[in-house]
Design a protein around this ligand. Structure first.
Ligand code: HEC
Length: 121
Protein backbone atom coordinates (compact mmCIF):
# COMPACT_ATOMS: atom_id res chain seq x y z
CA UNK A 1 0.00 0.00 0.00
CA UNK A 2 2.77 2.38 1.01
CA UNK A 3 4.64 1.47 -2.16
CA UNK A 4 1.57 2.25 -4.26
CA UNK A 5 1.22 5.64 -2.62
CA UNK A 6 4.85 6.48 -3.32
CA UNK A 7 4.50 5.40 -6.96
CA UNK A 8 1.45 7.64 -7.28
CA UNK A 9 3.31 10.53 -5.73
CA UNK A 10 6.26 10.10 -8.07
CA UNK A 11 3.87 9.98 -11.06
CA UNK A 12 2.17 13.21 -9.97
CA UNK A 13 5.51 14.91 -9.39
CA UNK A 14 6.85 13.86 -12.79
CA UNK A 15 3.65 14.84 -14.50
CA UNK A 16 3.45 18.29 -12.94
CA UNK A 17 7.10 18.97 -13.67
CA UNK A 18 6.34 18.13 -17.31
CA UNK A 19 3.47 20.60 -17.33
CA UNK A 20 5.68 23.29 -15.83
CA UNK A 21 8.38 22.65 -18.43
CA UNK A 22 9.16 25.58 -20.70
CA UNK A 23 11.00 25.68 -23.96
CA UNK A 24 14.00 27.94 -24.48
CA UNK A 25 13.27 30.15 -27.50
CA UNK A 26 16.43 30.89 -29.53
CA UNK A 27 17.13 33.66 -32.05
CA UNK A 28 15.81 31.89 -35.12
CA UNK A 29 17.32 32.24 -38.59
CA UNK A 30 15.14 34.10 -41.12
CA UNK A 31 14.00 30.87 -42.77
CA UNK A 32 13.16 29.28 -39.42
CA UNK A 33 11.12 32.36 -38.51
CA UNK A 34 9.05 31.71 -41.64
CA UNK A 35 8.76 28.10 -40.44
CA UNK A 36 7.57 29.30 -37.04
CA UNK A 37 4.68 31.12 -38.66
CA UNK A 38 3.73 28.03 -40.69
CA UNK A 39 3.99 25.93 -37.52
CA UNK A 40 1.65 28.32 -35.70
CA UNK A 41 -0.89 28.06 -38.51
CA UNK A 42 -0.80 24.29 -38.95
CA UNK A 43 0.75 22.42 -36.04
CA UNK A 44 0.26 24.16 -32.68
CA UNK A 45 -3.23 22.78 -32.09
CA UNK A 46 -1.64 19.37 -31.57
CA UNK A 47 2.05 19.99 -30.86
CA UNK A 48 1.73 23.22 -28.83
CA UNK A 49 3.05 26.76 -29.31
CA UNK A 50 6.63 25.76 -28.44
CA UNK A 51 6.36 22.11 -29.57
CA UNK A 52 6.01 20.81 -26.01
CA UNK A 53 2.86 18.87 -26.92
CA UNK A 54 -0.86 19.10 -26.06
CA UNK A 55 -3.68 16.67 -25.28
CA UNK A 56 -3.83 15.94 -29.02
CA UNK A 57 -0.21 15.41 -29.92
CA UNK A 58 3.26 14.70 -28.56
CA UNK A 59 6.12 17.08 -27.83
CA UNK A 60 8.57 17.42 -30.72
CA UNK A 61 11.15 18.63 -28.20
CA UNK A 62 11.70 15.02 -27.26
CA UNK A 63 14.72 12.75 -27.74
CA UNK A 64 12.57 10.49 -30.01
CA UNK A 65 12.71 13.25 -32.59
CA UNK A 66 16.43 14.02 -32.51
CA UNK A 67 17.95 14.03 -36.03
CA UNK A 68 19.69 10.68 -35.45
CA UNK A 69 16.35 8.97 -34.76
CA UNK A 70 13.93 10.90 -37.01
CA UNK A 71 15.95 12.55 -39.76
CA UNK A 72 14.78 15.48 -41.90
CA UNK A 73 13.28 13.10 -44.47
CA UNK A 74 11.15 11.51 -41.72
CA UNK A 75 9.93 14.96 -40.65
CA UNK A 76 9.07 15.88 -44.24
CA UNK A 77 7.25 12.57 -44.71
CA UNK A 78 5.22 13.06 -41.50
CA UNK A 79 3.95 16.46 -42.71
CA UNK A 80 3.16 15.25 -46.23
CA UNK A 81 1.77 11.79 -45.55
CA UNK A 82 0.80 11.79 -41.88
CA UNK A 83 1.98 9.27 -39.28
CA UNK A 84 0.55 6.03 -37.95
CA UNK A 85 0.71 6.02 -34.16
CA UNK A 86 3.88 4.24 -33.06
CA UNK A 87 5.46 6.14 -30.17
CA UNK A 88 2.42 7.47 -28.33
CA UNK A 89 -1.28 6.88 -27.68
CA UNK A 90 -2.63 10.05 -29.32
CA UNK A 91 -3.75 8.24 -32.46
CA UNK A 92 -2.56 9.02 -35.99
CA UNK A 93 -1.33 12.36 -37.28
CA UNK A 94 -3.18 13.28 -40.49
CA UNK A 95 -1.30 14.49 -43.58
CA UNK A 96 -1.22 18.29 -43.26
CA UNK A 97 -2.47 19.26 -46.69
CA UNK A 98 -2.61 22.99 -45.93
CA UNK A 99 1.21 23.09 -45.92
CA UNK A 100 2.71 23.69 -49.37
CA UNK A 101 5.73 21.65 -50.52
CA UNK A 102 7.99 24.72 -50.54
CA UNK A 103 7.04 25.48 -46.92
CA UNK A 104 8.15 22.09 -45.59
CA UNK A 105 11.94 22.82 -45.44
CA UNK A 106 11.22 26.01 -43.43
CA UNK A 107 9.10 24.01 -40.98
CA UNK A 108 11.82 21.38 -40.60
CA UNK A 109 14.42 24.12 -39.99
CA UNK A 110 12.21 25.73 -37.32
CA UNK A 111 11.79 22.39 -35.51
CA UNK A 112 15.54 21.65 -35.69
CA UNK A 113 16.61 25.11 -34.43
CA UNK A 114 14.11 24.86 -31.56
CA UNK A 115 15.29 21.33 -30.75
CA UNK A 116 19.00 22.30 -30.82
CA UNK A 117 18.34 25.24 -28.48
CA UNK A 118 16.69 22.80 -26.07
CA UNK A 119 19.44 20.20 -26.12
CA UNK A 120 17.80 17.77 -28.59
CA UNK A 121 20.58 17.13 -31.11
C1 HEC B 1 -4.32 16.64 -35.48
C2 HEC B 1 -3.14 16.67 -34.68
C3 HEC B 1 -1.81 16.93 -35.33
C4 HEC B 1 -1.46 17.98 -36.16
C5 HEC B 1 -2.33 19.12 -36.67
C6 HEC B 1 -0.05 17.82 -36.42
N1 HEC B 1 0.44 16.69 -35.81
FE1 HEC B 1 2.32 15.97 -35.87
N2 HEC B 1 1.81 14.35 -34.79
C7 HEC B 1 0.56 14.15 -34.24
C8 HEC B 1 0.57 12.90 -33.52
C9 HEC B 1 -0.60 12.31 -32.75
C10 HEC B 1 1.88 12.35 -33.65
C11 HEC B 1 2.45 11.08 -33.00
C12 HEC B 1 2.23 9.79 -33.74
C13 HEC B 1 2.91 8.66 -32.96
O1 HEC B 1 4.11 8.42 -33.19
O2 HEC B 1 2.27 8.04 -32.12
C14 HEC B 1 2.63 13.30 -34.47
C15 HEC B 1 3.95 13.13 -34.84
C16 HEC B 1 4.69 14.06 -35.52
C17 HEC B 1 6.07 13.90 -35.91
C18 HEC B 1 6.92 12.65 -35.70
C19 HEC B 1 6.89 11.84 -36.97
C20 HEC B 1 7.32 10.42 -36.88
O3 HEC B 1 7.77 9.89 -37.91
O4 HEC B 1 7.21 9.79 -35.81
C21 HEC B 1 6.46 15.07 -36.50
C22 HEC B 1 7.84 15.40 -37.07
C23 HEC B 1 5.31 15.93 -36.53
N3 HEC B 1 4.24 15.30 -35.94
C24 HEC B 1 5.31 17.20 -37.07
C25 HEC B 1 4.16 17.95 -37.30
C26 HEC B 1 4.15 19.22 -38.00
C27 HEC B 1 5.39 19.92 -38.53
C28 HEC B 1 2.84 19.61 -38.07
C29 HEC B 1 2.28 20.83 -38.77
C30 HEC B 1 2.59 20.94 -40.19
C31 HEC B 1 2.04 18.61 -37.37
N4 HEC B 1 2.88 17.62 -36.92
C32 HEC B 1 0.67 18.69 -37.21
C33 HEC B 1 -0.54 14.97 -34.35
C34 HEC B 1 -0.61 16.12 -35.13
Amino acid sequence: MKKLFICGLIYVMNHSSLLAQQAYIPDFSTLALDGKKIFQENCVQCHGETALGTDLGPPLLHPFYRPGHHNDAALRRAIKKGVMPHHWAFGPMPAIETVKDEEIPKLVLFIRELQRANGIK
